[in-house]
Design a protein around this ligand. Structure first.
Ligand SMILES: Cc1cc2nc3c(=O)[nH]c(=O)nc-3n(C[C@H](O)[C@H](O)[C@H](O)COP(=O)(O)OP(=O)(O)OC[C@H]3O[C@@H](n4cnc5c(N)ncnc54)[C@H](O)[C@@H]3O)c2cc1C
Length: 450
C-alpha cells in the first residue's frame, strides 16, 4: 500500500490476536451470531432487560463493516421506512457514552450533501418532504453557507442540504465499547467463536452449534453482516444479498478545514476525533461478480440502474471462492466461517490515488498530509437498500437482522433497541414490520429512495 509513515496510533478493531473463549455457556435465552454494531447493540439492550444472551463472533468485535466504515451517523437522505429507527438511534448516540461509561467519539457535527450543479441540488432537496414529515431540521443551504461550514475547501458549491442534528462517531471505539457494556450487564461475548449452524427440534430452533461447542437455545438472531445470505442458505432460507467493496483512508491529524461531515458527488470526508480525516472516493465502489450476482441479478436490476450507478464491476478471486464454498457443511467440522475469520480485502491503489488527488486539490491546507492507513470494507446490501429484520417463516426461532446497506453504523444502536424489542415482545415504538423479508419477494414497497 502506498500509505505512509508517521501514522497516529489507532488500534483497529480487526488487528491484534484473536481471543478464544475458554468455555462457552451451555444454554441461553437468545444467541446472537455476529459482533458488529447490530449484534452488540442488540446484546446490550437484551442484557439490560435481564435476558440471558450469548453473542458469538467468528473474528473480532467490529472486525468487518462496523469497524471499517466512515463513521457518519446520518438521518439525512434515508428511506422513510428507516426514519423512526434512525431518529431513535440519534437519541441513543447522544447519551451513549454516559450510559455505557465509555467514549464512542460521538459528536453532533451535522451532515452536508454539497451540490455542484442545480440538478444535484434538486436531487438532494427532493428528500425534504421526508425530513418535514418527521420534523427533522434538514434544510437547503446556499453556497455561501457551505463556505462557512467547509472553510478550507476550494470547491465552489452551488448549495446543498444540511442536517445539523446529524453526527459522527468513531467506528474503532463504538461497537467494542457497547460489547463491553453488554458484558457488564451479564451478556457472554465470545470472539473467535464461529457459529456453524443451528439444530432444530419439532421444526423450531433448539440449539446453535459453534466451533467451541453447542449452546441450547430457542432463539437465534443472525446478525452476520455480509455472511448472512450464506448462513441462511444453509438453512434453506433465501435472502437476496450482494456486496460492494469500498476503500477508505485515514490521514494523520491535520488543520481543521471543515466543521461537518461532507458528501460531494466524488467523495465523503469527515474530521475524526483525533484530528485526522476519514476520506473515501465515492466513485470507487466495486462489486466483485460472484455466483450470487447471477442468482440475485433480477432483484438488483433496479438498484444497479438507480442507486449503484457509480459502482464498477470486477471479476476475480471472489468468484472462485464463492463457487468453491459448499452450500451446506457438516456441523462437526471446520466451516466456511472459520476459514475466513475476517473479510479484509486489499485497499485499491487507484482509490487511494484518487483520494490523495481530491485532498490536495480541494483542501490545499491538507496537501501532502500523511495517509496513516487505508483499508477496504465489504458493504452488504439488500435490493432496496433497507434492512431485513424478521423471523424466518420456515424456521421458528430463527431471526434475521441484516442488510443495513452501507448506512448501518449510525442506525445500529436504534436497530439494536428495535430488534431486542422484537425478540422479547416489548414495544419500543419502532415498527419493524417494514423490514420483513417477504417484501423482497412479494413486490410491495420495492421503491428506492430518491
Ligand atoms: C467502507 C464502508 C463505509 C461505511 N460508511 C458508513 C457510514 O459512514 N455510516 C453508516 O451508518 N454506515 C456506514 N457503513 C455501513 C455500516 O458499517 C454497516 O451497515 C454496519 O456496520 C453493519 O453492521 P452489522 O452488525 O450488520 O454487520 P458487521 O459489522 O459486518 O458485523 C457482522 C459480523 O458477523 C460476523 N459473523 C459472520 N458470520 C458469522 C458466524 N457464522 N459466526 C460468528 N460470527 C459471524 C462477522 O465476522 C462480522 O463481524 C459503511 C460500511 C463500509 C464497509
Amino acid at each position: 500500500m502506498s500509505a505512509a509513515t508517521t501514522a497516529t496510533l489507532v488500534t483497529q478493531t480487526w488487528s491484534g490476536p484473536l481471543e478464544r473463549p475458554e468455555s462457552i455457556p451451555a444454554a441461553a435465552d437468545i444467541v446472537i451470531i455476529g459482533g458488529g454494531i447490530v449484534g452488540v447493540s442488540t446484546a446490550w439492550f437484551l442484557a439490560k432487560q435481564g435476558v440471558r444472551v450469548v453473542l458469538c463472533e467468528k473474528g473480532h468485535i467490529a472486525g468487518e463493516q462496523s469497524g471499517r466504515n466512515w463513521g457518519w451517523v446520518r438521518q439525512q437522505g434515508r428511506d422513510a421506512r428507516e426514519m423512526p429507527m434512525i431518529m431513535e438511534s440519534l437519541n441513543i448516540w447522544r447519551t451513549l457514552a454516559k450510559d455505557i461509561g465509555e467514549d464512542v467519539g460521538f459528536m453532533q457535527t451535522g451532515c452536508l450533501y454539497a451540490a455542484r450543479t442545480d440538478g444535484e441540488l434538486e436531487g438532494y432537496a427532493a428528500w425534504l418532504p421526508t425530513a418535514r414529515e418527521y420534523g427533522l431540521d434538514t434544510r437547503v443551504i446556499s453556497g455561501d453557507e457551505i463556505a462557512q461550514l467547509v472553510p478550507g475547501a476550494t470547491t465552489k458549491w452551488k448549495g446543498g442540504t444540511y442536517t445539523a442534528s446529524d453526527g459522527q462517531a468513531e467506528p474503532h471505539k463504538a461497537a467494542p465499547a457497547i460489547a463491553r457494556a453488554a458484558a457488564r450487564h451479564g451478556a457472554a461475548i465470545l470472539t473467535a467463536c464461529a457459529v456453524r449452524g443451528v439444530e432444530t427440534q419439532g421444526g423450531r430452533v433448539s440449539a446453535v452449534v459453534t466451533e467451541a461447542g453447542t449452546i441450547k437455545t430457542r432463539m437465534v438472531l443472525c446478525a452476520a453482516g455480509a455472511w448472512t445470505s450464506m448462513f441462511c442458505r444453509s438453512l434453506d432460507i433465501t435472502l437476496p444479498q450482494l456486496t460492494l467493496n469500498g476503500t477508505v483512508v485515514r490521514t494523520a491529524p491535520g488543520k481543521k478545514v471543515l466543521n461537518t461531515c461532507v458528501w460531494d458527488s466524488d467523495s465523503g470526508i469527515r474530521r475524526r476525533q483525533d484530528g485526522g480525516y476519514n476520506v473515501a472516493h465515492s466513485s470507487f465502489l466495486e462489486h466483485p461478480i460472484v455466483p450470487s450476482t447471477f442468482r440475485f441479478a433480477f432483484k438488483y436490476l433496479p438498484a444497479f440502474r438507480q442507486e449503484f450507478g457509480g459502482v464498477s464491476l470486477s471479476i476475480g478471486r471472489e468468484f472462485i471462492d464463492e463457487w468453491r464454498t459448499p452450500k451446506r457443511w457438516k456441523l462437526d467440522a471446520e466451516s466456511p466461517f472459520e476459514k475466513t475469520r475476517v473479510l479484509n480485502p486489499q485497499p485499491r491503489p487507484r482509490a487511494i490515488a484518487g483520494i490523495r488527488k481530491i485532498i490536495a486539490e480541494r483542501f490545499p491546507q491538507l496537501a501532502g498530509i500523511d495517509i496513516a492507513e487505508a483499508w477496504t470494507g465489504v458493504v452488504e446490501t439488500t435490493p432496496d437498500a433497507v434492512p431485513v429484520i424478521d423471523e424466518a417463516e420456515t424456521l421458528p426461532g430463527f431471526y434475521i437482522a441484516t442488510g443495513l446497506s452501507g448506512h448501518g453504523f449510525g442506525i445500529g444502536p436504534g436497530a439494536g433497541k428495535a430488534i431486542a424489542g422484537m425478540l422479547t415482545g416489548t414495544d419500543t415504538g419502532i415498527d419493524v414490520s417494514e423490514f420483513r423479508l417477504s417484501r423482497l419477494f412479494d413486490g410491495t414497497r420495492m421503491h428506492l429512495q430518491a
